[in-house]
Design a protein around this ligand. Structure first.
Ligand SMILES: Cc1ncc(COP(=O)(O)O)c(C=O)c1O
Length: 463
């Protein structure tokens, strides 16, 4: 591989005068800009021949890692395979070229897609209806809390300004509550990792608007007291909000609506096999139980990410009811199999039945000083994406593994073998693990420098 092309910025490959572009003929008339808006000097753009540009970006694109490249056990994120048929359907020009302001009589097919998806999600989750407008999980959370706030306000119950959030919750839960103008009250987890019902009882009064819960929670544990928790919150007049980011293991097994939840968001880009993108295009539909439909707020001027919805519907219809019913169980089986095969060498802080993901607290043998970060970096050498590390915050060396239901036994067995090999290396040659990765284009980067000292433009003196 040509390392220079591989590492350089396009600006460093630039040569004055080496332009190689041709633009289509301008079919529109010219509109002069006022002088105050014009540049004083021409823009300093890279000047490269076409082959250099093609090789540069092709080589860089090879640095990306996705589910299509290899195993991607990123806990909490459900990086499930996106079947290619999803893209094929979404690429159909009749859908692709729609405009949100097109006359209604020309978009009946699209409206029917949205309606069918809303119906399917309602049945899968056990809700009365869904809005497809929110564009991410966190956006769904905000939408859901706005629904809850609207409900209380409609009853003149304006004292309900607090939202209960377990200490194991994803950071977006308290953040969404705060953005919605609600106060966050934290409830503790017990030693077994689930919500402490006794602690919850002390937090309940007529100032509680809602409780947000992820089930299974961020440790991958099913909240076994869920029915009691729902009863307690309902009794004090609050509503139950289900963060559906972890819904994958329950798909086909049980329904949040049947557990008593009132409002639910789903991450289509997790459970329903649509792309995660770089923060988008996501989709976080919000479902409500009967009686709450009137409180759907305006959170998007148009229809949400329609082509993402179309992909999710394609996934649901391709699998069909029978296969959809197997997803949750297979996701749980795969995760449990990995956990059981390596828990003798990686520390499992909470024993017991977990679902689609589980959390280790680093290696069991702490005498090697090999950290979770080191193990994650060494995994890159074997062609894997690293698991989620240092989240949830309940353990110092958290390593959260989620294989999803799609992986074959061979892939999972190979991963187990590599995890065991890394543990052995940590014992016999710790420096090899501590200095990993060795096979990637660059080795360890400073994790925080890019955030603390961002370089957002190419320095002029290097041009
Ligand atoms: C439990 C949980 N809730 C909420 C979210 C937020 O979802 P999004 O990233 O789509 O905004 C995530 C994302 O990872 C999550 O894991």
């Amino acid at each position: 591989m040509n390392n220079k092309l591989y590492h350089n910025l396009i600006f460093e490959l630039s040569h004055n005068g080496r332009e190689g572009y041709s633009l289509p003929k301008n079919e529109f008339s010219r509109h002069a800009l006022p002088n105050s808006m014009l540049r004083e000097h021409p823009a300093e753009l890279p000047e490269c021949d076409e082959m250099t540009v093609v090789r540069h970006y092709t080589n860089h694109s090879g640095n990306n890692f996705g589910v299509d490249n290899g195993f991607y056990p990123l806990g909490s994120c459900t990086m499930k395979y996106n079947p290619k048929i999803n893209d094929e359907i979404a690429g159909n020009r009749h859908f692709l070229n729609l405009h949100p302001l097109q006359p209604e009589e020309t978009t009946r097919g699209a409206a029917s897609v949205s309606k069918t998806l809303r119906k399917a999600l309602s049945e899968i989750i056990g809700m009365a209806d869904f809005t497809l407008k929110p564009c991410a999980g966190a956006h769904g959370e905000l939408t859901g809390l706005m629904i809850i706030r609207g409900y209380h306000e409609s009853r003149g119950d304006t004292r309900r300004t607090k939202v209960i959030v377990p200490d194991s919750a994803h950071g977006t839960n308290p953040a969404s509550a705060a953005v919605c103008g609600l106060e966050v009250v934290e409830v503790k987890s017990k030693d077994d990792g689930t919500v402490d019902v006794d602690d919850l009882a002390t937090k309940l009064d007529d100032s509680i608007a809602a409780m947000m819960m992820t089930n299974p929670n961020t440790l991958g544990l099913f909240e076994h007291d869920i029915v009691r928790i729902v009863e307690m919150v309902h009794q004090c007049g609050g509503l139950m909000y289900y963060d559906g980011a972890n819904f994958n293991p329950l798909l086909g097994v049980c329904r949040p609506g049947d557990m008593g939840f009132d409002v639910v968001h789903l991450n289509l880009h997790k459970t329903f096999s649509t792309p995660h993108g770089g923060g988008g295009p996501g989709s976080g539909p919000v479902g409500v139980r009967d009686g709450l439909q009137a409180f759907f707020p305006m959170v998007n001027p148009y229809h949400g990410n329609f082509l993402v919805e179309l992909r999710a519907l394609t996934y649901i219809l391709t699998l069909g009811k029978e296969n959809l019913m197997k997803v949750g169980s297979l996701a749980t089986l795969n995760a449990t199999y990995i956990k059981e095969q390596i828990k003798d060498i990686y520390e499992l802080p909470i024993e017991g039945l977990s679902k689609h993901e589980f959390v280790f607290n680093g290696l069991r043998d702490k005498s090697t000083n090999v950290t979770t970060m080191d193990v994650a970096k060494r995994l890159l050498d074997f062609g894997y994406h690293a698991p989620t590390i240092y989240f949830p915050l309940l353990f110092h060396e958290a390593m959260m593994i989620e294989p999803t239901e799609n992986e074959s036994l061979e892939t999972i067995d190979k991963f187990i073998k590599v995890m065991r090999q890394i543990a052995e290396e940590a014992r016999t040659q710790p420096e090899k693990v501590k200095s990993a990765p060795h096979n990637t284009p660059i080795s360890r980067v400073d994790d925080v420098m890019a955030a603390r000292q961002p370089v957002l433009v190419f320095p002029e003196n290097k041009l």
